[in-house]
Write a protein that binds this ligand. Structure first.
Ligand SMILES: [Zn+2]
Length: 294
């Protein structure tokens, strides 16, 4: 029996390792034209935005380092101009993992100042520190603009939303918005409280951004398919609804464990499909409680 178990778990491990390696190999970079100059690339990790035109290529987020060659060759099918700039919407590894490779490719990286700070101070899983090529070269506090490919690209920072270093980008002529992880389409959002994110900041970011766009605006969310103002609005409604539900529980004196375990609190939104494997309804109840309690 023991021998069988050992053999079996060994076999499972091999199968798992093989399928993981295969998954890695099989990641295909899907190219979607969004509007005007702007494309969205989907691979693994955060959605990538790409602007092409006579001035060169501008990229938003770069997923993981191992995907860089594939991402760069996907970009090369759209344009042979230099990759001039790259913006990081925040510091998480599924949005900044390719930074070193893109700097080597010649891109100047820009981000909110806290992205640079967090990438500089953090330690990787293997104990190593990020090399300077992984860090943004241009940083900003509140907002900045990039003028290229015939339009102004407005880049602004919402306070303490998904993290404390988020950037949202708006292509003023193409009428495309890239929200980074301040918007997960149709899913409960990941709010990284440890990195300075907050429920109130997240809601504020959605409110302010919605004022900027119109019914025709195409939205590239941090994760999930292309979206629009109508869907972003209903996402905000969910967030505000959930906030008042959890706030009421806090005022009744409920504990974090009570709120986390009470599935009835999120039922309306769970039924709409907002729960997913990474941010389950239990996790979102805990996050809202912790953040609103602060
Ligand atoms: Zn993120």
């Amino acid at each position: 029996m023991t021998l069988f178990k050992t053999l079996f778990s060994g076999l499972m491990l091999i199968t798992f390792t093989l399928s993981f390696a295969q998954n890695n190999q099989e990641v295909k970079i899907e190219i979607n034209k969004i509007a005007g100059n702007v494309y969205m690339l989907i691979g693994q990790g955060g959605n990538i935005g790409v602007s092409i035109g006579e001035d060169g290529v501008f990229v938003i987020d770069d997923q993981f380092a191992r995907l860089s060659p594939k991402i760069i060759s996907a970009i090369r099918t759209l344009s042979d101009k230099p990759i001039k700039f790259l913006a990081n919407t925040h510091w998480h590894g599924d949005h900044t993992g390719g930074n070193v490779n893109f700097q080597k490719e010649g891109a100047i990286i820009m981000a909110h100042k806290n992205v640079r700070k967090r990438l500089e101070e953090s330690t990787n899983r293997d104990g190593s520190k990020n090399p300077k090529e992984a860090l943004p070269v241009i940083t900003f506090d509140d907002k900045m603009s990039l003028h290229m490919n015939g339009e102004e690209i407005a880049i602004f920072h919402p306070d303490n939303a998904h993290t404390d270093g988020d950037a949202i980008l708006y292509f003023t002529e193409s009428n495309v918005l890239h929200t980074g992880d301040t918007y997960f389409r149709g899913w409960y959002p990941y709010i990284d409280l440890e990195s300075g994110g907050s429920v109130n900041g997240y809601i504020e970011a959605a409110k302010n951004t919605l004022m900027l766009i119109d019914d025709e605006t195409k939205i590239i969310p941090g994760h999930g398919p292309v979206s629009n103002k109508k869907e972003y609005k209903s996402f905000l409604t969910m967030m505000e609804g959930l906030k008042s539900i959890i706030q009421a529980e806090i005022e009744k004196g409920k504990t974090e464990e009570q709120v986390t375990k009470d599935a009835s609190l999120t039922k309306t939104y769970d039924d709409q499909g907002y729960s997913w494997n990474f941010i389950t309804s239990e996790k979102i109840r805990r996050t809202f409680y912790k953040s609103l309690k602060q």
